[in-house]
Structures are given as C-alpha cells and as structure tokens.
Design a binder for this molecule. Structure first.
Ligand code: NAD
Ligand code: MG
Length: 393
C-alpha cells in the first residue's frame, strides 16, 4: 500500500500536533508532505526535523529566513512563505490528504484550494465552512473532494449516520442531530458572575486542551454556535433538525435520533486523536493512542439544556444561520475580533456577544455565493467590530 501523503496546515497548533502524534504511530500509512505554521518558527523547525516534510510554510519572508537557518543541514525541505504558499501545498498534485487545522478565517483560502483540487480534506477549521457554507459544499460536490469532519461532534454524527446517506437525512429515517456541549468552564454561572471573568479563567477548559481562540469560544458557547452552523452545512440539515444538549463529561460526542425512536451516540474519552485517526483512516480503523473508555470509572453521564440567557452566543449563531447569506460570515468575523479583544484585556467577556449582535444589526443580509462577497463581508464585519471594541475600551 502506498502511504497517504498528508499536508498539515496549522501543524504547530493543538489539532496539528495531535494529527502528527497519530501519523507518527503509522509510518507505513502516512507520509508528511508539508507542514505549516504562522509565526511559531522554532516549533515548526522541531517538527520538520522529526517528520522531514518535503515543504514547510511560514507567514513572512523573515520567518522563512529564520526557518532556513534553523534547518540548515538538518532537513531537506523547501521553505515557502505567505498565504498563496498555503493554498499551493494544499492543492499540489503530490498531496493526497489535507488536515485543515489553521484557526479562524485565515484557513478559508487554503482549505477551499484543497477542496477545489478534489483532495481528501480533514476539516478542523470550522470557521472556513461557517463563512462560506454554500460555496464550500458546492465545491466539495463539483470537485469530488472527500470531506471528513474532525470536530468531535460532527465526527461523532458522521459515525452515527447510515453509511453513504450523510446528505439525505429524511431518506435515512433521521429526525434530529443532537450536538453535545460540555458547557465550558462557566457552566451554571449567571450573567452577573460572567461580567468579570479573565482570559486565564476562560481558556481553562474542564475537559479538552485546545487553542486559545476555540477555548474562549467554548466558554461563551459560540463554539457550539459555530458547530450548529457547521452541522447544517455538513449534513444538509435544516436548523430545526439540529439540537444542542449540555453534557458536562464530554464522553458522548454527539448523537443521531431516528424516526423509530433509536438514538445512536458515539462515545469516547475527550481526546481529539480519536476523530483525527477516524478521519485519517476512514473507512478503516487504526489505533490512535487514546486510553480505552472506562465507563465504570466515569460512573455518571449528565445532561441539561443550555442557558441561552447567560450565554447568548448560541442563539446569535442560530439566528445568523436562519438569516442565511452573508450573516454567518459576519458573525464569525465579529466573533474573531471580539475574542481577540477579550484575550488582550480590551473587552469584557460579556461584551463579546454584544459586539457580535451589534455588528449583525448594522449589516444587511446579502447573498454570499461567491468568494469575493464573502471576503468583503468578513472585512467589513471586522472593521465594524474593531470600532465597537475601540468604543468599549
Ligand atoms: P491553535 O491556536 O492551537 O493552532 C492554530 C494553528 O494555526 C497554529 O499552527 C498556527 O500557527 C496557525 N495559524 C494561526 N493563525 C494563522 C494565520 N493567520 N495563517 C496561517 N496559520 C495560522 O488552534 P487549534 O485549537 O488547533 O484549532 C485549530 C482549528 O481546529 C480551529 O478552527 C478550531 O476551531 C478547530 N478545532 C479545534 C479543536 C481542538 O481540540 N483544539 C477541536 C475541534 C475543532
Ligand atoms: Mg467541537
């Protein structure tokens, strides 16, 4: 069997490193074709020494020079720079599989390039799909790409759907997709208590270890909002076919409810190497290095409804999906700006949903079927959010 040649975009991040951990367990199956990082050049140099990719991509010329110096004599690797290089390695003929694990809107163009080149695309970068849902899914169909969800919830749903029917819910006898949510570090807190939380508290997730942006998204429940939109696009579901259920233990990663009353769930320890290994090997199964699930040790699985009063981001995302067109892209952009401002201490935690809802209120819904419009909406929403953040500081 020829090894799959894999490009890991965002290799130095939480998902990128977990992906390389799984790959390292199966050298006969996977070969690292290219790795990318933004500015974390030293970490990328370590990964290049270890995995010997053909190419490495960093953000700027200066980052490229530093990487070249660090790798001199230690890795035979072509060093490329800038966003166009990300798209180029993602769509190169030598590439079989692309792990899309850049955080935020910066991942859209390279992920779309991989889709348009008909690659096997492992999608962690949910923001790319949220921004461009219709265009993205059309490109998957047109170019024959294989899209496999990495987000643990969507990967769980994918595993619980009848094989081959993931785009025809009614035909498969499916009533609901149920996304589970841990509730984040502030589950059960009141709006009053949330007003003074710090970035350090917000990034301390009870069950998962993740990048800073998604950790804040988990704390506001915007992560579940983005995942709601992601589920609608991935599985061609209407918004009323997707429910959210809090499940603090993060053992059930999501469920599918069928018309006959059956509910199928996927369970496992909260470790992203499970969905990553599933998607890398699909339709086969491979070891992922994950501890076996010990339900007797866990003892109890609990469930509750989300508190959308104290955590308005979930409803903001739902409303943006219902409004359709450009609103999900605007929501995502405003959220990225607000989260960054919160992380730098310029915005209160509870002001994050306020900034997002004000940006959406300022922007009419327009059709978002082409890339230029989506990028223009992203830009405008960022500008508006930055102004609001500036006024709040
Ligand atoms: P992270 O912050 O740990 O890593 C982000 C990676 O992207 C890094 O390699 C970084 O160098 C790179 N990067 C950042 N900005 C960039 C830019 N402007 N251009 C190019 N590269 C850039 O993030 P993460 O937690 O690994 O999350 C990555 C993606 O996966 C996000 O979209 C997140 O929502 C999604 N996701 C993560 C998890 C998780 O458990 N961490 C779970 C589900 C989905
Ligand atoms: Mg998730």
């Amino acid at each position: 069997m020829k090894p799959q040649r894999v490009v890991v975009l965002g290799a130095t991040g939480s998902i990128g490193l977990s992906t390389l951990d799984v790959i390292a367990r199966h050298p006969e199956r996977y070969q690292v074709q290219a790795l990318s990082a933004h500015h974390r050049v030293r970490e990328l140099a370590d990964l290049c020494r270890r995995f010997q990719p053909r190419q490495a991509v960093v953000a700027t010329e200066q980052d490229g020079e530093t990487l070249r110096e660090l790798l001199r004599g230690e890795a035979d690797c072509e060093i490329l720079t800038g966003p166009d290089a990300l798209a180029a390695v993602a769509s190169a003929p030598e590439t079989d599989t692309v792990m899309a694990a850049i955080v935020g809107a910066a991942g859209l163009l390279p992920t779309l390039a991989a889709v348009r080149a008909g690659k096997r695309v492992l999608l962690a970068n949910k923001e790319a799909l949220v921004m461009s849902g219709q265009l993205f899914m059309q490109a998957v169909a047109e170019h024959g790409a294989t899209l496999l969800p990495i987000d643990s919830e969507h990967n769980a749903i994918f595993q619980c759907l009848p094989p081959g029917r993931s785009r025809d819910l009614a035909g498969g006898g499916i009533e609901k997709l149920v996304l589970t949510a841990s509730g984040g570090p502030f589950r059960g807190w009141t709006a009053g208590q949330l007003a003074t939380v710090t970035p350090a508290q917000a990034v301390r997730h009870p069950n998962w270890s993740m990048g800073r942006k998604i950790s804040v998204d988990s704390a506001t429940l915007m992560n579940k909002g983005l995942e709601f939109i992601e589920a609608c696009w991935l599985f061609d579901a209407r918004p009323d076919q997707v429910d959210v259920l809090l499940h603090p233990q993060s053992i059930i990663h999501s469920m599918v409810r069928y018309q006959d009353g059956s509910v199928l769930a996927q369970l496992g320890n909260p470790d992203m190497r499970t969905p990553i290994a599933h998607a890398l090997a699909w339709p086969e199964r491979i070891p992922a290095g994950v501890d076996p699930l010990d339900l007797a040790l866990i003892g109890r699985l609990e469930f509750e409804r989300p508190d959308t009063g104290a955590f308005p981001c979930l409803d903001l995302a739902r409303a943006a999906m219902l409004a359709g067109g450009s609103h999900p892209a605007a929501l995502n952009a405003a959220n990225e700006v607000a989260v960054e401002a919160f992380l730098t201490g310029a915005l209160a935690f509870t002001a994050i949903p306020q900034v997002i809802s004000q940006v959406l209120a300022q922007m009419p819904v327009s059709p978002a079927s082409d890339l230029a419009t989506i990028l223009a909406v992203d830009h405008e929403a960022r500008e508006r959010a930055l102004r609001l953040v500036g006024a709040a500081a």
